[in-house]
Design a binder for this molecule. Structure first.
Ligand code: PMT
Length: 218
């Protein structure tokens, strides 16, 4: 039995990777499975929140009772959040949106050619930074997928993206980060408090993250 501590709260959770097409048969993406974001959405729903899950392509089942909006690209993810941003209390960005997309999407399959092939990538918008600028009452929670200097990089992201707190995970560690059922996180808030958590299931980490959100809402 879960106490309905998020009743009347509207929460957008993003999950999974984004994908960016190169041509009709190829795309670029990353290793995100969506498990972390789906676990947060499911726990928020159990606590009574009105949850909207904005998901990149994953192999996960649609969770019961949660409105799911499926997107492919980073720009589509931004636009989907924009539909709801004014009316929500919390945005949790567990997704791993691609920072770059091919400058040109070929409308025909690119043929093999001699020598190497160059594909120019251009920057995608930083979704969290965009909403960090628009933020009024909303609580903004980011993730930081790092391979080095985890804490320093996470602190920079809190500032640049105007976040309330960030969940940093070192994606080079076994049983943490992408794809695994468990994660190992450090939560850093915008006052500089740092809390390290041991390895735990993504469901358990979702509870800790939502406990922190509830503290900020109260
Ligand atoms: O999906 P799983 O397999 O369960 O894996 C979980 C996870 C490792 C993907 C997740 O825990 C995680 O770390 N998600 C964030 C991945 C990421 O994009 O990290 P980043 O350090 O590049 O981005 C920092 C923050 O900015 C993130 O909240 C991200 O959603 C956001 N971002 C990033 C790029 C971009 N263009 N716009 C963004 O808003």
């Amino acid at each position: 039995f879960t106490k309905r501590t998020l009743l009347n709260k509207k929460i957008v959770v993003t999950a999974g990777p984004t994908i960016e097409k190169i041509d009709p048969v190829r795309y670029i993406t990353n290793f995100s499975s969506g498990k972390m974001g789906y676990a947060i959405a499911i726990e928020a729903k159990k606590r009574g929140a009105d949850v909207i899950l904005i998901s990149g392509p994953t192999n996960l089942d649609k969770p019961d009772g949660i409105k799911v909006i499926n997107v492919n690209t980073t720009i589509e993810m931004l636009k989907a959040i924009e539909e709801y941003f004014d009316e929500i209390d919390v945005l949790i960005k567990a997704a791993a949106p691609l920072d770059y997309r091919p400058e040109v999407v070929s409308d025909k399959k690119i043929k093999k050619q001699d020598g190497s092939l160059n594909i120019k990538l251009v920057r995608n918008p930083d979704i969290l930074a965009y909403f960090g600028k628009l933020k009024k009452k909303q609580i903004l929670v980011g993730f930081a997928a790092e391979t080095n200097d985890v804490i320093e990089n996470a602190i920079k992201k809190i500032r640049n993206k105007n976040l309330d707190f960030i969940v940093a995970n070192d994606v080079t560690v076994k049983n943490a980060g992408f794809r695994s059922n468990t994660n190992i996180a450090t939560i850093i808030d915008n006052k500089g408090n740092v809390n390290d958590y041991p390895q735990m299931s993504k469901e358990e980490l979702a509870k800790i993250i939502l406990d922190r959100v509830e503290e900020l809402l109260s």
